[in-house]
Ligand binder design. Structure first.
Ligand SMILES: [Zn+2]
Length: 208
């Protein structure tokens, strides 16, 4: 039987990692062999917990591998794996086509794993801080078998937040500032951080 690809998406602070942890924990309880991967770029991770902002999504007993490429994931897979989880999958690629830095087609690779009967669960930011499609996510969402779309709460008005607001030096980041979305709000000097915002309150100076 073929496995399916489930994509959990939404802005920062929408609980994607926590939802991934919940779904994978259920798979582990069902005695399925689970492996979890994280792009090495995301410094929020430690050895045994997912990158949630309150640190509550502990997955003790389920191995978590830090990877730089999709090929790393393939080389870490054990022969009898049933379930593969990837958190922050958007950091494995820097282009809409979904190729990793070694030129491997990540989405085709996920589909091949599913064809082998492996169920895939991934999280990813659907938009960058400009409110535009991000990395491989547009294609991945088009190819997903199931999509879980989460929202956060707008920091300004309390409505449902679909977007990630980037703040630099206390002001909304301009359209042309570089796309880097790592480690929400963990800049020790608070020069740069992120918030969840609704479509109305989301601000991107210079966006046409
Ligand atoms: Zn709002």
């Amino acid at each position: 039987m073929s496995g399916i690809i489930t994509v959990i998406t939404g802005p920062m602070f929408s609980g994607k990692s926590k939802e991934l942890a919940r779904l994978l924990r259920r798979q582990a309880i069902a005695k399925r062999k689970v492996q979890i991967f994280k792009p090495a770029i995301d410094t929020r991770w430690d050895q045994d917990s997912l990158g949630t902002h309150d640190g509550s999504a502990n997955l003790e007993g389920i191995p978590i591998f830090s990877v730089f490429s999709f090929r790393d994931i393939l080389s870490c897979l054990v022969g009898d794996v049933n379930v593969v989880g990837i958190d922050e999958v958007q950091f494995l690629s820097d282009n809409f086509k979904g190729f990793d830095k070694e030129g491997v087609d990540i989405i085709q690779g996920l589909r091949d794993l599913a064809q082998r009967g492996i169920n895939i669960f991934v999280t990813g930011l659907n938009q960058d801080f400009r409110g535009e499609p991000f990395s491989l996510m547009p294609r991945l969402l088009a190819e997903a078998d199931e999509i879980i779309k989460l929202t956060a709460i707008c920091n300004i008005c309390g409505d449902e937040a679909h977007r990630t607001q980037r703040i630099i030096d206390g002001k909304p980041a301009g359209y042309n500032s570089p796309t880097v979305l790592v480690g929400a709000g963990f800049d020790s000097k608070k020069r740069e951080y992120y918030e969840a915002r609704c479509n109305k309150c989301h601000e991107v100076p210079g966006k046409k």
